[in-house]
Design a protein around this ligand. Structure first.
Ligand SMILES: Nc1ncnc2c1ncn2[C@@H]1O[C@H](COP(=O)(O)OP(=O)(O)O)[C@@H](O)[C@H]1O
Ligand SMILES: [Mg+2]
Length: 264
């Protein structure tokens, strides 16, 4: 569905955000992108959404395609129209507007009324609180509810590929687990997901495939269960037992799947 091939991203012509990143997001999957602060996770999402220019960044090399069509020369609005939608980072919702108004903005530009009605039903089903608090200003929502609104707003555009940038950031563990379940639920209802996370426990609990970004490069990639079992990943990103941490069932790995490791 989405392919990223050898992309290099520079900010302001010099600072390298990504060096040489390739990945595939197959239709129907949840692909997790892990990595520490500054690894290039947000940069990767910006490159896919076409918003690098707003941050003085540029794809210098490589290709990004969605269903075989290049995204690189398209505007952010065209990329959304193609079905690739990113939930706002850091819960950047419109705090002065009501919950309902925020959701309406997510469907902005959509002409297909029945698709929008379907999306709204899905959002209210996933997040009943957004229905109950419809008239309330978004600023009055709790952190977890604001995150739900951010995801709900993205879903209003009926994405085929949903991009999430650290949806667990700043949330309490119980809420992180809840967000994890919601992401799995969204995926089961037919939306492909690319999940950028520092919370490897949650991300590997819901993802089928995962990769680790290290200073702008893919250092490790493979089935999520294999990464969860990998010692480096455990040491770096997972404190203790992941299943206990999030209460999510990891897919049985069976014979240990092979990991692809990049060495320089
Ligand atoms: N607008 C920007 N201008 C210059 N450098 C940036 C900008 N945004 C990010 N970077 C740099 O790009 C690298 C990757 O950042 P980022 O993609 O935000 O990482 P992550 O999301 O994994 O924390 C970092 O070195 C960061 O300082
Ligand atoms: Mg980031």
């Amino acid at each position: 569905m989405l392919t990223v091939r050898n992309i290099r991203v520079a900010y302001g012509g010099t600072v390298l955000g990504l060096r040489d990143v390739s990945l595939d997001v197959p239709a129907g999957a949840i692909v997790a992108v892990l990595g520490s602060n500054g690894a290039g996770k947000t940069t990767l999402l910006r490159a896919i959404s076409g918003v690098l220019g707003e941050h003085r960044g540029r794809v210098e090399h490589g290709e990004i395609t969605f269903d075989g069509e290049s995204l690189l020369s398209r505007s952010p609005a065209e990329i959304v129209a193609a079905g690739v939608v990113q939930a706002p980072e850091g819960r950047r919702i419109f705090s002065g507007l009501t919950v309902t108004e925020n959701l309406r903005i997510g469907a902005f530009g959509k002409r297909d009324r029945s698709a929008t009605a379907h999306a709204r039903r899905l959002v209210y089903e996933l997040f009943p609180i957004l229905h109950d608090r419809g008239d309330q200003r978004a600023a009055l929502l709790s952190g977890g509810q604001q995150q739900m609104l951010a995801i709900g707003r993205a879903l209003m555009a009926s994405p085929r590929l949903l991009l999430l940038d650290e949806p667990s950031l700043g949330l309490a563990p119980a809420l992180i687990a809840q967000i994890g379940h919601i992401i799995a639920d969204i995926n089961e209802r037919g939306t492909t997901v690319m999940l950028v996370e520092q919370n490897a426990a949650m991300a590997l609990g819901v993802a089928s495939q995962a990769l680790v970004l290290t200073t702008g490069e893919v250092s490790l990639s493979g089935p999520a269960a294999a990464l969860a079992a990998n010692e480096d990943v455990r040491d770096l990103y997972l404190g203790g037992d992941i299943q206990a941490a999030v209460g999510l069932e990891l897919a049985e790995s069976g014979p240990r799947p092979r990991l692809t490791r990049w060495t320089r």
